[in-house]
Ligand binder design. Structure first.
Ligand code: UDP
Length: 486
């Protein structure tokens, strides 16, 4: 009798923000479904993002994922107790920097864990550039996960390397991205100011460290699929020299209603009520509006959206994060009597929505999105055209992919990158109403819907057995096996 074959063990260490933790859980489930033992490292406050979904997986016997809890050094970094998620920290510049300091302090716990457990691979978030050196100490291959599209990996690298923004004389003048097969125009206002300013800025230095650690790591896991952006998958591999595996859309591993409703936080609406409401609407007649887990709009912007939704006469589901204290601050942003007047055709979800479940419903006709990459991929996987409303991070690149390359969306016309858009940045009601009409009536949206449906089919084919993402994951697992053997 031969010895039992070694079971691979992959450890995932996502950054403490929902846009990073949610896809990391899906990736862990993809590994687990291929008989690879998966462990997710998180911190006490963030553990609830994973526990329910892991229990459900265990109960139905389709995955076995372990959770490893690290203490989050909030106090040591000068943060209030319990401040363990970027969502809380991002609201204040001072907190944000301390949050990144706390994250750095996790290195020691990581090294102790790696020394003790000796997994076969560490998939660590881009925001932990030191993880490459930590895993090298124990000869463990480190993969980077940053949750970007191929296109935005390429765009960011080209902007960093060639600084095309130097060729224009004002913040609003457009410049083109060099070397790539599409004509993509951006302005300086749409880039993170840290990218262009002082070379000693802490965020710019951090981005340099991230890039260095990426090049020194074993490779990059990309939540995308080849058929979505083949030019940029090739560009990234051949021209930028990145070793990548695309395994997405990872959200498609959630098959049951329960799995889809348990992604991220506890939902603020009963999911069957939400589905019954959608069932009562005609196909492609409802606009879904959601700006992800981090964006927080000021009251005047929410007010403009409300007025546009009311005057458009369209059906809608609108997720409002500011309004999650049981409507106590409603009068700051919601026109009086709004919900009575839109009753039957509109639903406000205050807090957290079962996004994937909503997007997949045939009643959804368009998705107004902040262009977080998870949201975009979820929209594509559901075959829904989009209204793009980028705010910060790499969202302006994702917008270009949707509107200029894939041609499955229209832009609401945001001009300026900003973590907290201010009064001057408010998008007016007339503009919002125009795009709402454009995305629910006429031939243009119909053509976009056809293209979006084709991409949806390609996404499902990519993750099916033998598809491009399925095969890339197989290739990665085989490579990790042979790394272990040698
Ligand atoms: N999400 C959700 N319900 C909400 C808001 C967000 O399920 O009410 C999920 C969404 O489906 C996506 C993730 O949270 O998987 C947000 O990630 P994304 O990259 O779109 O944006 P971020 O929050 O990182 O800005």
């Amino acid at each position: 009798m031969g010895a039992e074959p070694h079971q691979l063990h992959v450890v995932l260490f996502p950054f403490q923000a929902h846009g990073h933790m949610i896809p990391a859980l899906d990736i862990a489930r993809l590994f687990a479904a291929r008989n690879v033992k998966s462990t997710i490292i998180t911190t006490p406050v963030n553990a609830s993002t994973f526990t329910k979904a892991i229990e459900t997986g265990r109960r139905v016997g389709n995955s076995y994922i372990d959770l490893e809890i690290f203490k989050f050094p909030a106090k040591e970094a000068g943060l209030p107790e319990g401040c363990e998620n970027a969502e809380i920290a991002i609201k204040q510049e001072g907190l944000n920097q301390r949050f990144f300091l706390a994250v750095e302090l996790l290195q020691e716990q990581l090294e102790q864990y790696l020394d003790r457990v000796r997994p076969d691979c560490l998939v660590a978030d881009m925001f932990f550039p030191w993880a490459t050196a930590s895993s090298a100490k124990f000869n463990i291959p480190r993969l980077v996960f940053h949750g970007f599209s191929y296109f935005s990996i390429c765009a960011q690298e080209l902007i960093r390397a060639y600084e095309p923004f130097q060729n224009v004389s004002s913040d609003d003048e457009t410049f083109s991205l060099p070397l790539i097969p599409h004509e993509i125009k951006l302005t300086r206002s749409q880039l993170s100011p840290e990218l262009m300013g002082d070379k000693d800025h802490p965020m710019r230095k951090k981005m340099e460290m991230i890039k260095k650690s990426e090049l020194e790591s074993y490779g990059v896991i990309v939540n995308s699929f080849y058929e979505l952006e083949p030019d940029y998958a090739e560009f990234c591999r051949k021209e930028l020299g990145r070793k990548t595996w695309h395994v997405g859309p990872v959200s498609l591993c959630n098959r049951s209603i329960q799995e889809k409703a348990e992604r991220g936080k506890e939902v603020s609406i009963n999911e069957s009520e939400c589905l019954t409401w959608l069932d009562s609407k005609k196909p492609a007649s409802v606009v879904y509006i959601c700006f992800g887990s981090l964006v927080q709009f000021i009251a005047p912007q929410l007010h403009e959206i409300a007025v546009a939704l009311e005057s458009s006469g369209k059906n809608f589901i609108w997720v409002v994060r500011n309004g999650n204290n049981n409507g106590k601050n409603d009068e700051e942003w919601l026109p009086s009597g709004f919900e009575q007047r839109t009753e039957g055709r509109g639903l406000i979800i205050r807090g957290w929505a079962p996004q994937v479940l909503i997007l997949e419903h045939e009643a959804i006709g368009a998705f107004v999105t902040h262009c977080g990459w998870n949201s975009i991929l979820e929209g594509i996987s559901a075959g829904v055209p989009m209204v793009t409303w980028p705010i910060f991070a790499e969202q302006f690149y994702n917008e270009k992919l949707v509107t200029d390359i894939l041609k499955i969306g229209v832009s609401v016309g945001v001009k300026k990158w900003s973590r907290m858009p201010s009064v001057e940045d408010v998008i007016r009601r007339e503009v919002i109403e125009t795009v709402l009409r454009e995305m629910t009536e006429g031939d243009v949206v119909e053509e976009m819907r056809q293209r979006a449906k084709q991409l949806k089919d390609k996404a499902w084919n990519a993750v099916a057995e033998g598809g491009s993402s399925y095969s890339d994951l197989s290739a990665l697992i085989n490579e990790l096996r042979s790394y272990h053997t040698h």
